[in-house]
Ligand binder design. Structure first.
Ligand SMILES: [Zn+2]
Length: 344
């Protein structure tokens, strides 16, 4: 059975609370997992579901047995008493139609094979208004033995009426050292690489792992080397060669592969994030001239040189434009058009 590495996500208080509520038979009808992206909320929600559904949990309720009928069915993806709702591949929100289609059917029947029916709704803040009202109704009069786990990256976007009906579970960012040591321990990274990824991911372990899996770390070096070079030459002002570089090296390769749009979007978001962090460092060096505060420690020399070439206003403009591009991407603008905007 594929077991979750709880230490990787490092949320011991959360785990203890959830395990305790199961151990003492005090499960809530609805939980709201809240915290920024990349902390492992969905993974821990899935683990909690496995724990709730397991007929014979081990280690004082901490570990699903992996052998009972429910555990086996969950593992094979044929378990009918759990439902996971998420934004569809080609959409940016969860619509009322999706809700009716998926949740409506699920709510109709009581648990088939187990004591509870469990439902995870990921990215809950991106649920459309009418769908949100539908879920609120369900939470007001929860069907017997149904347990909801709502996951959100932004609790401020949710109404008080929703919040008041959920058991709030907060997830926290890990410290720089905690992320670094986990990357070294579980992914065999050398210290400088682990350090850089920990800095860039700002305590979000899953973000750090995405950087590794999508080869973003290596692309980051290439991207920043080229970006520094172009900025030092100031040549992009004349011929937009930075855009050409991105288009040729990153987007073209993606076009050829049959990668999903969602993955492509994610990858460009990471690249934009890297650029944003770089410009942020540049501003920090410009203002304070203190390397202790920079994230891209391996580019310290370039940052120093660049800070002499650019005014604070120019750097701020780079930052604004990069954020603008991220917003465009967030609102579903075609990723191919994004980089044209960076240096406008
Ligand atoms: Zn089991």
């Amino acid at each position: 059975m594929s077991e979750i590495n709880l230490d990787l996500y490092n949320q011991p208080k959360t785990i203890e609370f959830l395990v305790n509520s199961l151990r003492h038979n005090r499960l809530a009808h609805s939980y709201l997992f809240s915290g920024v992206e990349g902390l492992g909320k969905l993974e821990i929600a899935r683990y909690f579901v496995k724990l709730i559904q397991c007929l014979n949990p081990k280690d004082d309720y901490r570990t699903p047995c992996g052998e009972c009928g429910n555990c086996r069915k969950i593992e094979q993806g044929i378990f009918v008493d759990n439902l996971e709702i998420d934004i569809a591949e080609d959409k940016t929100t969860i619509s009322i139609d999706q809700f009716r289609e998926e949740l409506g059917k699920f709510l109709k029947y009581s648990a088939n094979e187990s004591r509870y029916k469990t439902c995870i709704i990921n990215q809950f803040e991106k649920t459309r208004e009418e769908a949100m009202s539908a879920i609120l109704k369900t939470l007001e009069e929860p069907p017997k033995n149904f347990i909801f786990i709502l996951i959100t990256g932004n609790v401020n976007q949710l109404k008080q009426t929703i919040l008041s009906r959920c058991q709030l579970i907060k997830f926290r960012e890990q410290t720089l050292e905690q992320v670094e040591s986990r990357l070294i321990k579980y992914y065999n990274l050398d210290k400088p690489k682990a350090r850089t990824l920990a800095l860039l991911s700002a305590g979000r372990i899953k973000t750090a792992l995405s950087y590794i899996e999508s080869d973003i770390y290596n692309q980051r070096v290439l991207l920043l080397e080229k970006l520094s070079k172009i900025l030092l030459e100031k040549s992009f002002f004349e011929n937009h060669c930075f855009y050409n570089f991105i288009a040729a090296n990153f987007l073209k390769a993606d076009k050829e592969s049959d990668g999903k749009l969602k993955d492509k979007r994610k990858k460009i978001m990471y690249l934009l994030d890297i650029i944003l962090h770089f410009f942020r460092d540049l501003l920090v060096i410009k203002q304070f001239n203190d390397k202790r505060f920079i994230l891209n420690i391996d580019f310290e020399k370039d940052l120093k040189k660049l800070s002499e070439n650019y005014s604070q206003l120019e750097i701020q403009k780079f930052i604004h434009n990069t954020i603008y591009c991220e917003k465009l991407l967030y609102f579903n603008v075609n990723p191919n058009m994004i980089f044209e905007n960076i240096f406008l």
